[in-house]
Design a protein around this ligand. Sequence first.
Ligand SMILES: NC(=O)c1ccc[n+]([C@@H]2O[C@H](COP(=O)([O-])OP(=O)(O)OC[C@H]3O[C@@H](n4cnc5c(N)ncnc54)[C@H](OP(=O)(O)O)[C@@H]3O)[C@@H](O)[C@H]2O)c1
Length: 422
Amino acid sequence: MTKRIYAIGERPPLGHVPEQMHAWLVRPERFGEPLQAFQQEVIDVPSIADDEVLVYVMAAGVNYNNVWAGLGHPINVIGIRNKLGEPETFHVGGSDASGIVYKVGKNVTNVKVGDEVVVHCGTWASDCPSVKRGDDPMYSPTFKIWGYETNYGSFAQFTRVQDHQCLPKPKHLTWQAAASYMLVGATAYRMLMGWQENQLREGDAVLIWGGAGGLGSIAIQIVRTLGGRPVVVVSDKEKFDHCLSLGAVGCINRNDFSHWGQLPDLNDAKAYGEWLKGAKSFGKAFSDALGEKRSADIVFEHPGESTIPTSIFVCKTGGMVTICAGTTGYNANVDLRYLWMRQKRFQGSHFANDEQCAALNDLVIEGRVDPCLSQTFTYEELPLAHQLMYENRHPAGNMAILVGATERERAHSDGAEVAAET
Ligand SMILES: NC(=O)c1ccc[n+]([C@@H]2O[C@H](COP(=O)([O-])OP(=O)(O)OC[C@H]3O[C@@H](n4cnc5c(N)ncnc54)[C@H](OP(=O)(O)O)[C@@H]3O)[C@@H](O)[C@H]2O)c1
């Protein structure tokens, strides 16, 4: 341990951990929009437990969850941790990272100092009875998203992670590309592959909302590389090319329709008739985009309130609507007749377990899924990246922030040419 504080981009000798580090902090007294919520401070480097790893962060990914953390809404992540006995009155966010292992706890065997890793954001207590029993740890009451529900995420020079969160960094990717895909990628993988019976199969027709977004860009590629046929929905014709280049077989512009939002009163024949007309014409647009008269085997959902009625409607008999968010609202309603008579599955899905993260990472390592990094920000620009996301002014695909990686490494990583930034 040394008292010296290393500058951003200045890498301490391998395995050498300073006492203090630079970090972007959220504190309750400045909860609000990202430009206000995030401020730079110098704090102690956290200590690690026997099954934990200290990673020197080269780059961090940008996700919605830390927009929420900064707002202090819908939950105050700091207040919740304080109630559970954690003393820190601040939040270091960041749920995606690429970096180098600098220190390992004495029980860690899967990585060693010097390993180049990407970090997935699923954490749980290894002594939880359900985890010990072999249940999916995603169902453990101890499950938490690292860098959102837990402290010491990747918006700092060092991050504290559980050993199983570390996966090999794809060698062909820059640090920033490697930091940008895991949270959305593994989430998309579980949504498509995690729900037996309705797991994606070759030839399946899949409707993907927000095809040019972070989740959607990766979902298109997973569906395509595993043999499915993705049809995407976006809000602008200009996004079609992005989605088609990733493997979408067709695109729908949601602004060509107006039946969005909650279902009308089903007893109001006129209002319901109008809604039904909109939903049927959307169903036709799906078939036209697919090139076959057919309903969706899987609907990949995250807008929520404004799209759920349509998603349930266009899902085939015995098909699945799989959902991981309610970006437009949580108060969705469903015409239950379609759910039970047509035996459709409405499946909630949240992040992913170790096996699903590893499977997604392998697809990236094999070059079958590209992270779709659209923009890289400097360390100083971290609040700006989140502000753009908050205002929905961020570019298509995924964003990353340089932490330990320098401007030179922005151009080259592991000697490989830069992955193209669109
Ligand atoms: N539970 C989990 O584990 C998990 C993991 C990752 C993300 N999420 C959540 O999933 C959501 C999407 O994340 P992301 O990273 O993909 O965000 P993103 O990059 O901003 O993409 C979201 C997309 O949603 C579409 N959209 C916006 N308003 C819409 C509306 N009214 N109707 C239909 N589509 C609309 C937008 O596309 P168009 O405007 O082109 O339609 C946008 O591209 C967020 O709420 C995030 O918090 C959850």
